[in-house]
Design a protein around this ligand. Structure first.
Ligand code: ADP
Length: 403
């Protein structure tokens, strides 16, 4: 079996997969780590094929206790007695900087590398590392793999990743665009190729990952050419609570005119902007409901979200010199017909024609939603980052030389 761990600053998501079929055996989450009452839950299919849930409320002060609680849940469900029974553990790591261009087997040197990248992603990489340290300690005989969110974007050329800033800031401080959600862009890109029955290496694909965080990627012949997130996950599309692209001089203006501190500005752009900043809600379902009730502010938020998305689709058509397909994924990409409709509207002359009926249909499966005459195929493909991490972990441990 392969266990995938996604350690956040106050949560631990985990999923257990069968080694060969990569069938999901169980998944769970520990929430509110570090708070007085934490919440641990596991969902799995029992031997009679029924879905079973175990839920516990208990204090979980840090990641060590979270991984112990997860092990206890897996043991209670009779899936696993000890973590050392696993064939491998795959860890999601948000920032791999320029050092990690693909998944790697974790050893002390890799852990030091992840630690050295903490300044680039303080909240994420430190939590990811905390999870790795505990898992390495509790499963000493299990191969463990780090899969980086940034790795898929490491093929982006310099003219796209270098900011127009003094070049020494790149050399000295590593200030450059890295991009995120790479595991998802890579997964849905490959799935799109499979859906179309063509090699990934022969296609030009625009992937749109639209969840609470949102990013677009331009993929040519299997390699990423550009992506909308930058040095941090703040750049690019409008998101739930993040502004995405804006004139950086707004920050100087606000600091001078209102006395806002660096921390205030950080919170403003990351937590109080995006859809939430415009209309007070960051959940696309709520926004859609409000629009149905005639709410103009919610409609403005949707319009701004879709307009930015459309601009990125247009710019990535230019980057790739046309495209074979556009893929919508993430909670919004998979479920919001209005977002797909508005962001593709008026692009018929560029070869993009959405079929309104197919766009309205609901399904958890990969599907095509374009008109027959559409030059560019438009697909909805559910993402599965945990499955991709499990697959990459399995590939790496099966190709690694045995000691
Ligand atoms: P995360 O980035 O946290 O993984 P998700 O990919 O789950 O987030 O996406 C969350 C977003 O998806 C939210 O804005 C939510 O409103 C939106 N979403 C989920 N289901 C629907 C739906 N049926 N219609 C519209 N939006 C939806």
């Amino acid at each position: 079996m392969i266990l995938v761990l996604n350690s956040g600053s106050s949560s631990l998501k985990f999923q257990l997969f069968a080694l060969h079929s990569l069938q999901s055996l169980a998944s769970g989450m520990i929430e509110q780590i570090g708070e007085e009452s934490s919440h641990a839950r596991l969902q799995f299919i029992d031997s009679e094929g029924k879905s079973q849930k175990i839920t516990k409320n208990l204090p979980i002060p840090e990641h060590k206790a979270a991984i112990t609680a997860m092990s206890a849940l897996l043991k209670q469900s009779k899936l696993l007695v000890h973590l050392d029974e696993l064939a491998g553990i795959g860890h999601r790591v948000v920032h791999g900087g320029e050092s990690f261009q693909q998944p790697v087997l974790i050893d002390k040197k890799v852990m030091a590398g992840i630690k050295s990248l903490i300044p680039l992603a303080p909240l994420h990489n430190s939590a990811n590392l905390a999870g790795i340290e505990v898992a390495m300690d509790q499963a000493r005989n299990t191969a463990q793999v780090a899969v980086f969110d940034t790795a898929f974007h490491q093929t982006i050329p310099a003219h796209s990743y270098i900011y127009a800033l003094p070049f020494e800031l790149y050399k000295r401080e590593k200030v450059r665009r890295y991009g995120f959600h790479g595991t998802s862009h890579s997964y849905v890109g490959n799935e799109a190729a499979r859906f179309l029955g063509r090699p990934f290496a022969s296609l030009k694909i625009i992937t749109l990952h639209l969840g609470n965080g949102a990013s677009a990627a331009a993929i040519k012949h299997g390699s990423c050419q550009d992506t909308s997130m930058g040095m941090t996950p703040l750049e690019g599309l409008v998101m739930g609570t993040r502004s995405g692209d804006l004139d950086p001089a707004i920050l100087f203006y606000l600091a001078r005119e209102t006395g806002m501190s660096l921390d205030d500005l950080d919170e403003l752009l990351n937590k109080k902007s995006g859809l939430k900043g415009i209309c007070g809600d960051n959940d696309m379902r709520t926004i859609t409901e409000r629009i149905k009730d005639g709410d103009k502010q919610a409609e403005l938020a949707l319009d701004i979200f879709c307009y930015r998305l459309k601009k990125y689709i247009g710019s990535y058509l230019a980057v790739l010199g046309g495209a074979d397909c556009i893929v919508f994924t993430g909670g919004i990409g998979e479920h919001s017909a209005p977002v797909r409709q508005k962001s593709c509207e008026g692009l018929e002359d560029l070869g993009i024609s959405l079929d309104p009926e197919k766009n309205e249909s609901h399904s958890g499966e990969a599907r095509a939603i374009h008109m027959q005459q559409s030059k560019i195929q438009i697909l909805v493909i559910p993402t599965d980052e945990e499955l991709e991490i499990a697959a990459q972990t399995r590939n790496l441990i099966s190709s690694a030389p045995t000691p």
